[in-house]
Design a protein around this ligand. Structure first.
Ligand code: M6R
Length: 357
């Protein structure tokens, strides 16, 4: 139920800190250590490559999940859009493990891939919010998101829950391979939950930024480098699906290879700057678009922030920034849609779960 909230989307955005704490609990054993069904960890360790299959927001979570699994557990990962996989099947490794990410567990495009890879005799893991969903029943293993029902068509809390479960999976796998995780993930995820709370309390400021940058525009661009680029893709999807503003996410370095031609006087460019290693280069990209008339909105992480930034997110571990940098983008999209009198929870032409191919 929506309770006092005007929309499910806003309620679900606000639920994210609680979902984070629930996930930390759900994946902890009695000794207070993160734990995952040993059979799943065994399946990962037996694989020479992980193939993540997903659509939409879940695909964007997969892009970040690849970073977690490769950096922490040192297993190579490929991420594929489920609807493309059938035609563009990559040359598979000898021992692949397929990981399906799906909030609903019912996405037909992903189900079709699962049918194919089962016929080929490969193992599969589904990461889903819905126990007993088709993708969960048909895969060999399941990990649950524990996010509670997500009603709004625009996915919010499922995305951050997917990231949390993926990083826990990466961590537990890393430990099983005697790889030093270098940080205390339970502690870091606790900090993420606290940071999420701070962001959920910053709605007024973000609404103001939404009015300033998105009130009249026809289009908007999101730029970032590294994992910020992946979060930009998700921010753009959120904005386009509920506010109908044409929004696209780009890798900062790709701008000069074509996209910069689209920049006009006043075009909003939302830039993410949460990674120290690319902070100066993404700011260089901002200068390039500003020189062509863009209206820049820089969202940075504390410690990397500069005077010109529009919004600063609290500091968390640099691998975990997508869990929180996405929240201002979700809230920006929410207000952009609201200010345009769009049906926030039920955008036109879209369904919550896409059960046709
Ligand atoms: O239920 P799934 O995670 O498989 O759904 C995948 C996409 O349809 C979904 O994420 C869609 O992109 C959302 N509406 C995005 O907010």
């Amino acid at each position: 139920e929506k309770g006092t909230y005007p929309h499910y989307m806003l309620k679900e955005i606000d639920e994210q800190p609680a979902v984070m704490r629930k996930i930390i609990q759900a994946y902890q054993n009695e000794q207070g250590e993160l734990t995952i069904d040993p059979e799943i960890i065994h399946a990962l360790n037996a694989a020479d490559r992980v193939y993540i299959i997903a659509a939409g927001t879940s695909y964007h979570a997969g892009l970040v999940g690849k970073q977690f699994i490769e950096k922490m557990a040192k297993i190579p990962v490929e991420v594929h859009i489920s609807s493309e996989f059938g035609y563009n099947m990559p040359l598979l490794s000898e021992k692949p493990l397929f990981v399906f990410i799906s909030q609903s567990g019912e996405t037909a495009d992903s189900r079709a891939v699962l049918v194919t890879i089962k016929e080929m005799g490969y193992q599969s893991l589904t990461i889903t919010n819905v126990p007993g969903s088709t993708l969960s029943r048909e895969a060999d293993y399941t990990l649950l998101l524990h996010a509670g029902p997500e009603i709004a068509v625009a996915s919010t809390k499922a995305y951050t829950a997917q990231l949390a479960v993926l990083v826990i999976l990466a961590e537990v796998t890393a430990k099983s391979r005697n790889l030093d995780p270098e940080f205390d993930l339970i502690h870091e995820l606790g900090l993420v939950a606290n940071a999420m709370e701070v962001l959920c309390d910053s709605k007024e400021l973000i609404e103001h930024i939404s009015r300033e940058f998105l009130a009249v525009t026809r289009n908007a661009f999101f730029i970032g480098r590294g994992i910020d680029y992946y979060v930009g893709l998700e921010g753009a999807l959120k904005l386009k699906e509920i506010s109908y503003i044409q929004a696209e996410g780009f890798a900062g370095g790709e701008l000069k290879h074509g996209t910069i031609a689209l920049i006009e006087e006043g075009t909003p460019v939302i830039a993410l700057a949460t990674q120290e290693s690319v902070n100066l280069s993404i700011r260089g990209n901002v200068k390039e678009v500003v020189a062509r008339g863009a209206n820049p909105c820089i969202i940075s992480m504390k410690g990397l922030n500069m005077d010109e930034d529009s919004f600063v997110i609290p500091e968390v571990h640099d691998l975990l920034t997508p869990l929180i940098s996405v929240i201002p983008l979700q809230i920006l999209a929410y207000y952009a849609a609201l200010h345009r009198d769009c049906d926030v929870d039920k955008p036109r032409n879209l369904a919550k779960s896409v059960t046709v191919e």
